[in-house]
Each structure stands twice: as C-alpha cells, then as structure tokens.
Design a protein around this ligand. Structure first.
Ligand code: IPM
Ligand code: MN
Length: 378
C-alpha cells in the first residue's frame, strides 16, 4: 500500500538513493501556467539544478480546442514514466461536451482514473499572517487533512449517467470494498505520521458520510470501521456530511484527518480551504500506489488569467507535498529538507506581509510572491 504523504517533520530513513527526478508539468488553462511556473521556479531555487528535471506537457481545455484531445496520448505516456506530475489548473468556461459537462475537467479525471490516484490529500492549515474568516482560531489550531476518495463514489458516473429523452436523468454513486478499504488504510496511516488534532493531540480519523440515509454511505462507514481494527491507536469518529460543515467552522481544532467519498470530499475541501484563506492557499496531492499528481485545489480562474494576479501558494505548497512524497517513495532525505525549507519560506513571506497575494488581502502579483519566496529561500 502507498505510504501517505509525510505531513509531519518525521525523518525518512537515510536513503542511498541519490538519483535525479523527472517531474512532468502540465500548465493547463487559465491561471494554470502562471501558478505552475511559479512552483517550478521555487522548486528549482530550493533544489538547485542537481535533482529535478522538468518536462512541460500539453493538456486541458485549450489543448482540446486546438487538437480535440484534453489529455494527449504523449502527455499520458510521459506522466506514466515520470517520477511525479505537477499541474497548474484545467478548464475553460464554454468548452463543454454535448451533454453540458466541462471538457477541461477530464484532464484530472482521466489521470485520476488511469493512474489510479485513489487518495486526494487536501491539507487544511492556517498559516501565520493569513487573515482567515474564523476569527477565534489562530495558526496551529486549524491543521487537519481531508482525504478524499478520488476514483469512485459519485464521480464514477462521469460520462456514464443516463439521460432518457431529456426527461429522466440519473448518475449512480458507486462504492467498492477495495476502494473504501484502501482509502481508509491510507487515512489511518496518515494520522500516524502527524501529531494529532490541535485540540488534544489525539490521532483521530473522522469518517464523513450520510450513513443515516443511504446504504452506500452506510457501507463506506462500515468498511472504514472494519479497517479501524488495524489502527487501535487512532481514534475513530463519525460525522454526517451536513453536520461536519458546521463542525469545520465551530470546532476546526478537533480534526486531524477527515476521510470522505469523492463528491463529499470535493465539497467539504473547498469549505475547509475557505476557512484558511481560500482556494489560493489550498494544496493537494493525488496519490495512488505508483503515481502522484500535485496541484492546487483551485480551478483555472479564467477571469484573472494572464494578469499575473493569481495566488501561487496553493501550487507552491503542492510542490512541497510532491517533494515529501518523493522523499518517502525513494528514501531521499534531501527532498524532505528542501520541502521543509520551501514550507518555511512560504510561512516567512506570509508573516512578513509585504508580498501577500490579493485573494488574501495583499496587493502582490503572482511573480512578486514567487520572487519573495525565492528570496526567502536564499
Ligand atoms: C477539484 C476540482 C475537480 C473536481 C474538477 C476541476 C474536475 O473541483 O479537484 O476539487 O471536481 O474534483
Ligand atoms: Mn473541487
């Protein structure tokens, strides 16, 4: 089983692996190029020219309008052979299929399905210097991770729903024992790598579902509960998806790890991001047993594309998650040290307050934020 992203400072065993790493990058659409190239600049600054080789690939809605392929075969081939994938964002309004769904999203959805990226890891962490909306909570008190099952649930019906004569339309919610077991094990193991919930330091996994209403969610809860027997050191907690939206606002310090089905995970992770400064502050790691895709949890924000106005922190912090994941995969402590340096540089820039992006109250342009993080790294 894939060992989860090391979110703590825990040292990986001193590895002998000193090889270089091939990083496939997919800029994508909208602000995607700006934020992806920002993260690449920061990664180059932190890792020098010695460890990472980047290869820029095509993909997204713009690519589809040019060639008819949202995920070119050549892009998928390189993604399969690279050590990790770093992505900006994808999707353009108006670029839709005949059924009304958006084309650009298929870049992620195809990669998630074809590379079996079953755990979508979404840290919700309030950084010093970020003026979040939950005024009574300070940095250190909001620090949990949402693990979104990333390959099935309601998303299993993407492109497969029924539309009968434009009168009856259905999408099915699909859960498999394998799918629930593996994301549950991943989530319990991730809790073991952290320091517990801010409130009480307890390792806690909260299962987010609607087991009171639907059999599929009752199944999700039952299977996760079965797996908990293997992790007696991690407290098991349950919360219905509606109730947890209130708890995430009123007692965010209670949470350590929250595991949820695909659609619920998509929704509550945006709420979580809203509590720590917005989607511009929300990184993600989409990992399976073999591959890892790292991207901000935000979209392509076409309204501000090309204006150097985007907040690159979500993608920069996704790069931190990528280095930590690679460090674990290859027992290479160099990458863990680089990840910690970038994380500290981001915190320093935020606390300094002179290079803060607009979406969190500042006036800094994307390029200015990038330069500030690179300067903090020097
Ligand atoms: C996310 C996004 C994606 C999703 C879209 C862009 C496919 O909202 O990663 O949260 O729906 O999962
Ligand atoms: Mn989403």
């Amino acid at each position: 089983m894939q060992t989860p992203i090391d979110m703590s400072q825990e040292q990986t065993p001193a590895g002998t692996d000193r090889r270089r790493y091939r990083i496939a990058t997919i800029d994508g659409d909208g602000i995607g190029p700006e934020v992806c190239q920002s993260a690449v600049a920061v990664l180059r600054e932190a890792c020098g020219s010695g460890w990472l080789d980047f290869e820029a690939l095509d993909g997204g809605a713009g690519q589809y309008t040019r060639t008819g392929e949202v995920l070119p075969a050549a892009t998928e081939t390189v993604c399969r052979s690279a050590d990790a994938i770093l992505h900006g964002a994808a999707g353009l309004p108006g670029v839709t299929y005949a059924d009304g769904t958006e084309v650009g999203n298929d870049l992620h959805l195809m990669l998630r399905s074809r590379l079996d990226l079953y755990a979508n890891v979404r840290p919700i962490k309030l950084y010093p210097g970020v003026d979040g909306p939950l005024k009574r909570w300070s940095p250190g008190q909001i620090d949990y991770v949402i693990v979104r099952e990333n390959t099935e649930g309601l998303y299993a019906s993407r492109g497969a729903g029924i539309n009968l004569r434009g009168e009856v339309v259905t999408d099915s919610l699909v859960m498999t024992r394998k799918g629930v077991e593996r994301v549950a094990r991943f989530s319990f193991a991730l809790s073991r790598q952290r320091n517990g919930a801010p409130r009480d330091g307890k390792r806690r996994l909260t299962v987010c579902d609607k087991a009171n209403i639907l059999r599929s969610y009752a199944f999700f809860r039952a299977v996760t509960t079965e797996v908990s027997a293997e992790f007696s050191d991690v407290e098991l907690d349950y919360a219905y998806a509606d109730a947890i939206t209130v708890h995430m606002l009123r007692k965010p310090d209670f949470y350590d790890i929250i595991v949820a089905e695909n659609m619920f995970g998509d929704i509550i992770s945006d709420l979580g991001a809203g509590t720590i400064g917005g989607l511009g502050m929300a990184p993600s790691a989409e990992v399976g047993d073999q591959y890892g895709l790292f991207q901000g949890a935000h979209g392509s924000a076409p309204d501000i594309a090309g204006q150097d106005a985007a907040n690159p922190f979500a993608t920069i912090l996704s790069g931190v998650m990528m280095l930590r994941w690679l460090a674990q995969q290859h027992a290479d402590p160099r990458l863990l040290a680089a990840a910690d340096r970038i994380d500290a540089a981001v915190a320093q820039v935020l606390e300094d307050g002179r290079s803060v992006p607009r979406d969190i109250g500042g006036t800094a342009r994307c390029s200015e934020v990038t330069h500030a993080v690179c300067r903090a790294l020097k």
